[in-house]
Design a protein around this ligand. Structure first.
Ligand SMILES: NC(=O)c1ccc[n+]([C@@H]2O[C@H](COP(=O)([O-])OP(=O)(O)OC[C@H]3O[C@@H](n4cnc5c(N)ncnc54)[C@H](OP(=O)(O)O)[C@@H]3O)[C@@H](O)[C@H]2O)c1
Length: 292
């Protein structure tokens, strides 16, 4: 079914600033069309000063739901009627669902990451993971890994942010499984040399800084699986270095698709085609939104 632009169409979208480079509209609209759903996904460029009014417009206009991206994932929480336990714990919402006028907030970043990781590697249960970064993506990844039963060393350039992240997740989960380390010190190197899994949740290596990597190549080794959450470029410098050292790798495209699929399921209660979502993102990248 083609999207029919009458008042019966269900509107979804994205609130962020900026949103021009997002692949989500291509990905979600392709998935709606493939299932014959009369839904549409629209990018909305929302300045921080207008966030409260924008969220209230979801209710006022009967918008079905929206994704929330940088820089609003944390600041959006006070405007919602209800927030899932996991989203409250990591302090981040990337999906709003307008449920009969009640605005509910979820985070699909962690589940999207774990679904993607399991589809290309294995369950992280029992593994030793090093997570680079202490921003929103790192919080979601660390919490999701701990819930899956991994032990996590979180390494950040600003060490105090790693300390705070580890403290809050350890307190919230009641499990002492997260250890903070300084990204620039020997503790990070030693943790990585003994790790099974490395997850890059920094923006290092992201377009246009494609010749940068967050850790030296000497710290990488065979037996390590490297998951770089950066998806533009598809093959990052970190992945290339890891492959040269005999490690297996993945970029962040799978996570992008899986977190989008999880939002789609919340809004529609249907399961989208992952293949169609992958193809749509790759098509949008090829259309000139990235360096590809
Ligand atoms: N694949 C997906 O679906 C997906 C989803 C979400 C995010 N991501 C990616 O994950 C990355 C992080 O996103 P975010 O939302 O967590 O961003 P964020 O909150 O801004 O955090 C950025 C992190 O990167 C670190 N960092 C930045 N520049 C650095 C440098 N030159 N050297 C070392 N560390 C540096 C920061 O360290 P400091 O604390 O020291 O500043 C911070 O820990 C982005 O590349 C984003 O595209 C991917």
């Amino acid at each position: 079914m083609n999207q029919v632009l009458t008042e019966t169409i269900r509107v979804t979208g994205l609130f962020g600033y900026p949103v021009i480079h997002s692949f989500s509209p291509a990905m979600q609209n392709a998935a709606f069309r493939a299932l014959g759903l009369n839904y549409i996904y629209v990018p909305f460029c929302v300045h921080a000063d207008n966030l409260g009014a924008a969220v209230e417009s979801v209710r006022a206009l009967g918008i079905c739901g929206v994704n929330i991206t940088i820089p609003h994932k944390e600041r959006v929480i006070p405007y919602l009627d209800w927030v899932s336990k996991d989203a409250a714990l990591i302090g981040s919402v990337n999906t709003i669902h307008n449920y009969n006028g009640t605005l509910k907030g979820y985070s699909t970043d962690g589940p999207g990451f774990i679904r993607s990781l399991k589809s290309i590697w294995r369950s992280p249960s029992g593994c030793r993971a090093v997570v680079l970064g202490a921003g929103g993506a790192a919080r979601a990844a660390v919490y999701a890994l701990v819930k899956e039963g991994a032990d996590v060393w979180v390494a950040n350039r600003t060490f105090l942010r790693a300390v705070e992240l580890a403290r809050s997740i350890n307190t919230a989960t009641g499990a002492d499984r997260v250890v903070p380390v300084d990204l620039l010190g020997d503790d990070a190197k030693n943790a990585l040399l003994r790790a099974d899994l490395l997850v890059n949740c920094t923006s290092v290596g992201m377009y246009p800084n494609v010749n940068e990597q967050p850790v030296p190549e000497e710290w990488l080794h065979p037996g390590l699986f490297v998951y770089d959450q950066v998806y533009n470029p598809l093959l990052t410098k970190l992945q290339k270095s890891a492959q040269q050292k005999g490690a297996e790798t993945s970029g962040g495209l799978g996570m992008l698709v899986h977190q989008g699929a999880a939002s789609f399921e919340i809004w529609t209660e249907q399961t989208p085609s992952l293949d169609i979502m992958y193809d749509a993102v790759l098509g949008a990248m090829g259309a000139g939104h990235s360096e590809l």
